[in-house]
Each structure stands twice: as structure tokens, then as C-alpha cells.
Design a protein around this ligand. Sequence first.
Ligand code: SF4
Length: 320
Amino acid sequence: MISLQPDFCDIEIPEKEHYSIEDYSSSKARWCSGCGAHTILHSVQKLCTDEQLPPEKTVFVSGIGCSSRFPHYMKTYGFHGLHGRAFPVASGIKFRRPDLHVFVITGDGDCCSIGAGHWVHAIRYNMKMVVLLFDNSIYGLTKKQTSPTSPLGTHTNTHPTGSVLPPINPIQSTLGLANVSFVAQTVDWKPAHLNATLKKAYDHPGLAFVRIVQRCPIWMRENYEPTVKDPDAITVLNHENGIVLEENALKKFRHIQEHDPSNLVKAREVAELVKTTTPIGLFYQNKEAIRYDEYGAHNLGVPVEDRINAINSLMDKYAI
Ligand code: SF4
């Protein structure tokens, strides 16, 4: 007889007294030199260290793409899955194991194209997890095909004369979804803002969606270099309930716009700024949005033992 044991996930692992950044670092990252993913990896490892997340209680789930190699470089649990399928895997993990710290790593192709259906419903389910959308506006792993966020007219291998459809705005799209509870944007080359955004996302009680504008110097250098080099190209969204930077860090930005992240209508207006500038900060937060993982934590009213007995009895039907 095949049998699941009710206590299969209750093994006690003694926790270390202190985790250093090395406790989260696995093999050497194999992204290209200058790729923005390196700084995001470092920032995430810093967050894990600052929050002292036990590695055996932390899991990174990814789909397919350059960014999705991320779990290999974390010394935590990881699941490098199928293209576009990070959200349902992460949702399943969180639903069954609400005690775990769950992170989703996805790219613009992974999230906004093949995984778009899962993106919509993950936002609506609002399970507590941090979602990092590494948006380089190109399919980098497969060597420069048009992605759903490629700017109009981008010359790629699939559109040699220039892409013909307007890009998806992931911030605007997410802000339009039912039960959305946290939407932020940052860039990989401003570490103070990146770190503060990750911390704010981690502290959010539901699903925190963070789009990170990410440099791909191999295939999209022309797309990012003007923003990286021009101090006027970024607008910081500022508010006491938003992503708060220290005064010295804030002073480095020339354009600062006050924005109250509790105002969803205004957040949608601010998301339109992407046509003229790169807005970074917290667009929207609602800590009271309904969380589906809270139903999972209560096992939908059915004790774990009863559910496992039901699965065992079903499996027995097919056992030889
Ligand atoms: Fe990074 Fe671009 Fe290289 Fe992929 S192709 S690893 S996104 S620089």
C-alpha cells in the first residue's frame, strides 16, 4: 500500500543562530557580464540575510528564461519549472505550506506571454509571496525575439524590421486585476531603491508584485542605456507609506512625485507615466485584500489527517 504520512513535513531541523549572506549563495551565477540579474540576486540574498530567513523554510520558484535560472544560485529550496508555470507551482506550495517563505522569479516572456493566464489568477488569489518580474523587454535566453514588453519598433530576430504591436505595461495590467494588493516598480541599477522595494514587498501580507526594469546588455543595450545614463529619465514616487529612501539616497534623484499608494485610481494614472519616464516606487498597496492561502491554512475546514486518509484510500483503489 502506498501511504502518505500526516507528519511528513513536520521534521524538526535545528535553526542556525545566525545566517550570513554565504548561507544563501549557491553556485556562481552564469548570467552574462553586466546583466542586471546579478544585482537583483545580490539584493535578494541581502534581504534573506537581513530577515534571517531559514534556508530550509525558503523556496524560489521560476519558469523558463534567463531570470529563471535564479533558484540555482540560491542555497534554499528551489523549483526551476516549465515556461510560464511558476505561479501555479508557487501557489500550490504556499497553499499547502503557509509556513514557507515563497518567492516567484519570472521574466517578461514567462509572465506576460505564456504565463499570462496564471499571472491574472495568482494576483486574484493574493497568496502571501513575493513576485519579481525581471523585465528586460526581450527573450534573452533564445537570443533576441520580441517579448510582450518590447517597445514598439524593436528590431529582433522575429521582427527584423521592427516589432509591430504596442507593448504590455505590466504595472498597468496588474493594477487592473481583481483583488490586486501590492504593485511596485524599481530598476536593477539603483541598489538603495531596489533593496528598499524588496523589503517593502517582503513585509506585505499578500502577493507583492514587483516589476524590476532589468538591463540586458547583450540584446537590449539600446533600450536601457539612455535610462541608465540620464538622471532625468527616472521619476521617484514618494510617500510616507510608500518605498521610503534615506534622505541622501532620495537626493540623488532629480524628479520626485508625491503619490499615495492607497489610491488605486491615481495609481493607474501614474502607471501611464511610463510613456514619458520610468516611474519607480510603490504604486498601490492594500493590506486588507482577501488572501486565498488563509483558507489553505485552515485546510478548507477539513483536518489534514482526513484529507490524507482520503488520498490514501483513493490510491489504494489503483494499487496492484
Ligand atoms: Fe542577462 Fe541578457 Fe545575458 Fe540573458 S542574455 S543573461 S538577460 S545579459
